[in-house]
Structure formats: structure tokens, C-alpha cells
Design a protein around this ligand. Sequence first.
Ligand code: TXA
Ligand code: MG
Length: 328
Amino acid sequence: MTTSIGPDVAHAAALLRAGELVAIPTETVYGLAGHGLREDSLRRIFAVKGRPLTNPLILHFGSVAQLAGYVRMAAVPAAAHQLLAAFSPGPLTLLLPRDPATVPGLVTAGLPDVAVRIPAHPVALDLLQRLDFPLAAPSANPFGYISPTRPAHVLSQLGGRIPYVLDGGPCEAGIESTVVGFGPAGEPVLYRPGVISLEMLQAVVPAARLRTAPETVRPAASPGLLPYHYAPHTPLQLFGPGLAGLPPFAAATTGALTLREPLPGLPAAQQVVLSPGRGDLAEAAHGLYAALHHLDALGLRLLLAERLPATRLGLALNERLEKAAARR
Ligand code: TXA
Ligand code: MG
């Protein structure tokens, strides 16, 4: 199969209606999208991604109003409505009671809740609003590898396996959406950290909290809960913040990813500084996966990445780095 790439939303919609897969831009990362209600398309997503069927998919919608046919609205906690009002469209995924009459069990891996999200990317919204069905879309990377934030990342990873990449430019936010479920009292529970931090959730619903240990080991659950994820092929080791814990390294075969300043003693061509001089975390998030893709392609033996300041967005970024480093 030849993979073409372009900005043709109508073409993408036609392919998706026919059950084909299309890589789509969102404000977080590129998604590997398919018809969210067709079993053949859903199976194709799992096959192309190499993802186990036990790992559920997010359904993407063009508006909050569209959720009604797929979520049991009467059972949706009040806090979910508040979060939707505050953050949708946006980098927020909510786990809401699935309507089993419309949502295939394959989408949720048999779990009672379905993950739903309204992405804030204009091209994604245009596409979703042309369709009369939701799109199932995991990040458009092979299972366990670094998520794509540019069309070129999708092409290098999934080229030849899907017919079309809908080009929406580089993703603005750069890391995956914040995943939020609801506890026994209807309180928001943070399942996967993202651009929307716990503090931002609490500003809308004060009872929002992190998940507890028993919630962490729940069912087949979040790939977010796997020991490694988001990982480059080159072994990755973390240090810092700053130069604390920097291991000895061979300058010729080592690459580095830092926040504010390059690592002394390494050639500039083997380094990416995420936010030179500024140390801005939003800028770091925007460039994080592109930096990992770039460094991974250099054929080095070791990548060193600096831990980021552990506040808000920094926590979400460190979570991705820890998972990327856990592969070996
Ligand atoms: O930003 C994003 O969320 C991107 C873009 C494409 O929208 N999508 C994405 O999908 O990151 P994926 O499949 O790579 O990650 C989805 C996360 C996983 O941690 C998954 O386990 C969790 O959401 N999830 C999905 N459905 C779930 C469910 N029914 N119950 C619990 N967790 C669920
Ligand atoms: Mg993913």
C-alpha cells in the first residue's frame, strides 16, 4: 500500500467512511483513526499499531452534543459536565459510562467506561463534524514507541500500512491528552497526566485527585500503566534535574536531551535543547517527541535526558521520560 499525505479533509472522510484508516492531526499528537463503530476498522487499528486487544481506544467526537448517543448520559457525574464545559474541545479524555447498544466492546476492551475526547485541532474538528460516527484513534505510533507529533513521524513509522496521512502541521501541545475517570463519589480521578494538570482540574472541581494504588492495578487498563511506553529504540537514561546523577558517557556515541542548556562535553549535533535559555515547559512539551525521534535516528548507543522541574506540566513530561527510560 502506498501512503499519501495531504490536507484533503474530504478525502480522509471518504476513506474513513469506507472503513480505511487515516492518520489525523490533533492538538496533542497524531492519531491512527478508524471508524469507531465498525469492528473491521477497529481490528485494523489494533493490527497496524501492534497493540494488544486488551488496551482500550479513545473515541473522538466533533462536539459535546455528539456524546449523547454513545455515553449513558443519565449516569454521567456532574463533575464530568463541569470538566467538559471548562476544557472541551481540548486535550482532555474522560472515561464515561459506555452505551453498550452503540459502542462496540472492542473499543473499551470490555471495560464499562468508554474514553471520549473532543480534540481542539481545527482540521480534526472539521473532519469529525463531517462524519456521522465517532473516530477511534490511539496515538499513531507502533505500540510502545514514541508518539508522532508531525506527519513525517507517522510516515516513517506507519508508511506503507495506511492509505493517507491528513496533514495538519506539527501538533501544538506535543504530549497526549490528560485522561480522567470518576471515583465512587463522582469525583474526577487523574489516570494519565497531560497538558491539563491536576491543579487545573482542581480549579474546576476541587475534589479532583490522583488515582490510588488499587485503582492503578485495575483491569487490562491504561497503556499509561505499562512499565514502558513512549520509548526510543536507543537506550535512554535520565539524570538531573541539572547535572545531578549524570552518568559517565562516551562523547562519540551519546546523545542528550536537556531543557535549558546543552550538556558540556558533547557535540552540538548530538543534542537537543528543548527550550534554550528559557526553560519553558510548554515549549518543551511541544518539542519533546520530535527531539526523541530525531535523537533516536542518529544511531547512537545511549541517550541521556534531563528530568524536568516536577511541577504541573513538568510532572506529565517526566512521566513520559520515565516510561521511555524503562524499556531496558
Ligand atoms: O491525546 C491523545 O489522547 C491521543 C490523540 C490521538 O487523541 N490519543 C492517545 O490514545 O493517546 P492512546 O490509545 O495512545 O492512549 C489512550 C489512553 C490509554 O492510556 C488507554 O489505556 C486509556 O486512554 N483508555 C482508553 N480507553 C479506556 C477505558 N475505557 N478505560 C480506561 N482507560 C482507557
Ligand atoms: Mg499512545
